[in-house]
Design a protein around this ligand. Structure first.
Ligand code: NDP
Length: 291
């Protein structure tokens, strides 16, 4: 019997604005090809006033799911049928999946960070310093809290935003953990020295993101010590000045590509139910950044 031809591909994608410089498609479609999935991941520019129509369109066209990036991570929530646990705690969604006809919002940013971190560093019982209090810092700090870190210091330029995240961690998140977390907020108007007791130091700001390659974190480089494990969320370029400084100071480091790949793996797991090959995905991203 002849095989039945099928020209219909399963659809996934990303909604954001701006979106043109987002490299996720290269990484996800490389995984689809590698795993012989005839699926597509579309990079779609969606303005804030078009979000409702875009979500309705995705539902009408039978998307399997989609990622949401800036500025839709919070505003997409009213169009969904439910939220995963950590997305509900954070109040932000970056990955939507259709499960049995219901559109569920998940957050893979923090989980991706944690997955890439835990391959080399056990955060349980550790003291963490996080630069930033935006979406990435919020997702990462909530997952680290749920993973059992001892204390989190949030260091942020805008006091109100930093305090808001510290308050979320000290109240809602602390209610969900076994051992009470120590939370501190440091306002960051000038150079900051990382305290010697810090064991995990994370840049979760957008400092260093292309095209601002020369931008440096306002910190004392001498305060970065070899016993600190360092992470940077910036995927483009992966070798930020902060990453280079930390390596020069003798620290073990994970870069933003590791987090990007790990959160992509979780997204594919939500949509397709498979564990995608991380090497294939990282290579796809590296070749994009080299070209
Ligand atoms: P937000 O806009 O929500 O937050 C940005 C943060 O950076 C804020 O805390 C902001 O401080 C701080 N910041 C920006 N510029 C400066 C500066 N010059 N000095 C001091 N602080 C500064 O962005 P997101 O949290 O969503 O994203 C942050 C970064 O994380 C982006 O570069 C993004 O590419 C990356 N990211 C990487 C992912 C990955 O998988 N690798 C996943 C998600 C995000 P303030 O509050 O004062 O404005």
């Amino acid at each position: 019997m002849e095989a039945i031809l099928n020209f219909k591909q399963e659809l996934t994608g990303a909604f954001g604005q701006p979106i043109a410089e987002n490299p996720t498609q290269a990484m996800i479609e490389a995984a689809y090809r590698h795993h012989k999935l005839d699926w597509r991941y579309l990079t779609i520019e969606v303005a804030p006033e078009g979000l409702a129509d875009a979500v309705a369109g995705a539902k009408a066209m039978g998307f399997v799911g989609f990622n949401c990036t800036i500025p839709h991570k919070v505003s997409v929530i009213p169009y969904l049928d439910g939220l995963g646990d950590s997305a509900a705690l954070m109040g932000a969604v970056n990955c939507v999946v259709c499960r049995e006809g219901k559109w569920i919002g998940e957050n893979t940013d923090g989980k991706g960070f944690l997955e890439s971190l835990c391959r080399r560093f056990d955060p349980k019982g550790k003291r963490v310093v996080i630069f930033g209090a935006g979406g990435a810092a919020r997702a990462i700090s909530v997952e680290l809290a749920l993973a059992g870190v001892k204390g989190i210091t949030i260091v942020n330029r805008t006091a109100a935003r930093g305090q808001e995240l510290a308050d979320l961690l000290a109240t809602k998140v602390n209610d969900c953990v076994e051992v009470e977390l120590e939370i501190e907020f440091i306002h960051w108007p000038k150079e900051y020295a990382v305290p010697a007791h810090a064991e995990l130091v994370i840049n979760a700001t957008s400092i260093g993101l292309f095209p601002q390659l020369d931008a440096t974190l306002p910190i004392s480089n001498e305060s970065i010590a070899p016993h600190m494990f360092v992470a940077d969320v910036i995927p483009n370029p992966p070798q930020t000045l902060f990453v280079k400084t930390a390596r020069n100071r003798g620290c073990e480091v994970i870069d933003g590509l590791e987090m990007l790949v790990a959160q992509g793996v979780i997204g594919i797991r939500h949509w397709a139910g498979i564990d995608a090959d991380t090497v294939v995905m990282r290579q796809a991203l590296e070749s994009v950044f080299k070209s």
